[in-house]
Design a protein around this ligand. Structure first.
Ligand code: FAD
Length: 262
């Protein structure tokens, strides 16, 4: 398989840098072809602005979604964005790797999503009608491909448990897993999370590396998170609410968007 790792850490000798190398070596040992987008090394421009839409004059008002749609349709997105889109189309598997910063991804990676996920590419795709609400949440340009997160945290695993002070990790990662990966069609694998890493010693590193190698070995077969697909009867169109007959009575929150059967 072809695997793209989009990696966001400013320090090459960091723990994240070492874990990226572990992942790359194991994937290559399994016969996969791997490419890495190292966002800091690429000096990736994180902020979306006028410069992203060359046909737009400097005095013209920028409305990001229409400008994005027009630039995607006319093939005038900037070369750095087009190169990343080509990598996404190339890859069978996408891995987003980052340290958890303020309960989310580093700004540079969020900026990669903002700019690379153009209108017509990752959103604004497909028929919008009484029967369908576009190709999204399980359908879209990136359908048929797998994706997963590779995350490190300073906080303890217990802090991210069901009753932990930080909130459950699956809830914190839901906007990324469901909103950024599932939305344009990816089949989303459970995240690989290493907790409490800030004072990791050599033994701890070996344990995390070994766990990571196992996940890389099974990347083709790991069962995905069973998110419900949008246009297959689970949701009322156009309100996009889960039908009352699905999920246990009174249930609400992120977890209702996972079906019991994948
Ligand atoms: P590094 O600092 O590079 O290394 C961590 C430890 O691993 C070091 O002790 C290092 O010696 C050791 N290590 C062991 N083996 C190796 C090896 N082979 N190579 C390299 N290092 C090794 N945490 C949360 O839980 N929630 C948050 O919301 C959160 N927000 C944050 C916001 C900011 C702005 C910052 C800076 C940190 C935040 N953190 C948070 C903590 C953060 O998630 C961790 O600091 C980060 O995940 C550690 O990863 P790293 O790659 O930067 O580790």
């Amino acid at each position: 398989m072809k695997v793209l790792i989009v990696y966001a850490h400013p320090e090459p000798t960091s723990l994240n840098g070492a874990l990226r190398d572990v992942a790359v070596h194991e994937l290559e040992a399994q016969g996969h072809e791997v490419r890495v987008s190292d966002l800091y090394a690429m000096n990736w421009k994180a902020g979306i602005d006028h410069a992203d839409f060359p046909p737009l004059g400097p005095d013209q008002r920028l409305q990001v979604a229409p400008a994005s749609a027009q630039a995607f349709a006319s093939n005038t997105l900037t070369a750095d964005v087009k190169a990343e889109q080509d990598k996404l189309v190339w890859a069978d598997v996408l891995i987003l790797q980052f340290p958890l910063w303020w309960f989310s991804m580093p700004a540079i990676l969020k900026g990669w999503v903002d700019r690379v996920y153009a209108f017509g590419f990752a959103y604004g795709v497909g028929e919008q009608s009484e029967r369908r609400w576009g190709d999204r949440y399980g359908e879209g340009k990136l359908a048929g491909k797998r994706a997963m997160l590779l995350v490190t945290t300073g906080g303890w695993e217990e802090h991210y448990s069901a009753r932990g002070i930080n909130g459950p990790i699956d809830d914190l990662l839901f906007p990324i897993n469901h909103g950024i990966l599932f939305y344009p069609g990816y089949t989303v694998l459970p995240p690989f999370v290493s907790y409490r890493v800030d004072r990791l010693d050599e033994a701890g590193f070996l344990a995390v590396s070994s766990r990571l190698r196992e996940r890389m070995k099974t990347i083709e077969t790991t069962p995905p998170i069973p998110y419900r697909r949008q246009n297959f009867g689970d949701y009322v169109i156009p309100t996009m609410q889960l039908r009352p007959e699905f999920g246990s009575p009174g249930a609400a929150g992120f977890s209702i968007h996972r079906s019991e059967t994948a």
